[in-house]
Design a protein. Structure first.
Length: 321
């Protein structure tokens, strides 16, 4: 028998969880009818939800022995949720997907076939359109991938999703990277392995609202840049060299204008412009250094990536008493 662990990070998903549960079981039953050797476990990760998500997961676990869940003590973020799922998955294969049905479960059988063939270690989906997103958000997303692939040695495919079907070997490779500041899109590419990309049109949420605001995505993109590129540090150095060159040229110009043309030097405006320019440049470069230093500081603390508050074992132990 082969076990497939389906990992589902959840944050305030009370509206969509019943829909997801019904859809995923349609796919599970379909796959079992074709591949009799398959078994499944559903591993839900409750990332500190503030709605009825945990209550629904408890109900699933009471009624279905194939359902497991991990509930965090607070909100640790989706990255921690994916890591917790992979770390606690028991399967020979692992699938990561969202509960909002933007990752269509119907692709799982096709993913399994690609990995089963032995030609690939991972099968994932790639959006070829951003239907349903605002133009501004789509523009920034495309620019992020272009910039990231230019400044980083790790290729991140535009539109690639966290929705992935992976072998145990790839899962173990990802788990070996225990960094606190995680950017999984980069980690998936960095560990290598043969990956099949399945293209599809963007699908909107089945219910509920997304927790990813524009600002959250912007901060997440910065995490990716600082995690997989040192180009900002090189940029700070280049800006320092450029400012020195500009200052040197300005000094030459002032000397020539004074000695050759006899023009008087305007003191106050020149000094103020120089102070603001150099001061702003220094603060910008210091900010870049500060970002890398803060990441190093957080890594040095060696804090756990997540803390478990409750699992399905709690309710099952209470039930057996």
């Amino acid at each position: 028998m082969k076990l497939i662990s389906i990992i589902v990070p959840c944050y305030n998903e009370e509206e969509v969880l019943p829909l997801f549960y019904g859809e995923i079981y349609k796919v599970i039953n379909q796959m079992k009818s074709v591949h009799g050797e398959l078994e499944f476990e559903l591993l839900f990760i409750n990332d500190g939800s503030k709605d009825r998500t945990l209550e629904i997961l408890r109900d699933f676990a009471e009624k279905d022995k194939n359902v497991r869940y991990i509930s965090f003590s607070r909100n640790f973020g989706k990255e921690a949720g994916m890591y917790a799922g992979l770390e606690n998955a028991k399967g020979d294969y692992a699938v990561i997907m969202d509960a909002d049905l933007q990752h269509p479960p119907k692709f799982i059988p096709k993913m399994y076939e690609y990995v089963l063939s032995g030609e690939y270690d991972c099968a994932t989906t790639r959006r070829v359109s951003r239907k349903g997103e605002s133009k501004v958000r789509s523009w920034f997303a495309r620019k992020f991938y272009k910039i990231m692939n230019k400044i980083s040695q790790t290729e991140i495919v535009d539109g690639a999703q966290d929705f992935r079907f992976m072998t145990r070997q790839m899962v173990d490779a990802i788990l070996s990277m225990k960094e606190y500041n995680r950017f999984s899109k980069g980690i998936f590419s960095w560990v290598g392995f043969r990956t099949k990309y399945i293209e599809y049109e963007n699908v909107e949420r089945a219910a509920g609202t997304t927790a990813w605001s524009f600002w959250s995505l912007f901060k997440y993109s910065l995490e990716g840049i600082f995690a997989f590129s040192t180009a900002p540090l090189a940029l700070a150095s280049l800006l320092g060299i450029l400012s020195c060159a500009i200052a040197f040229i300005m000094i030459i110009c002032i000397i020539v204008k004074t000695l050759v043309f006899g023009e008087s030097v305007q003191g106050f405006p020149t000094i103020m412009c120089g102070i603001f320019f150099v001061g702003g440049l220094q603060l910008f470069c210091t900010g870049i250094l500060g970002q890398y230093l803060s990441k190093t500081y957080m890594e040095s603390k060696q804090r756990p990536i997540y803390i478990i508050g409750e699992t399905e074992k709690n309710i099952r132990n209470e039930k057996n008493k």
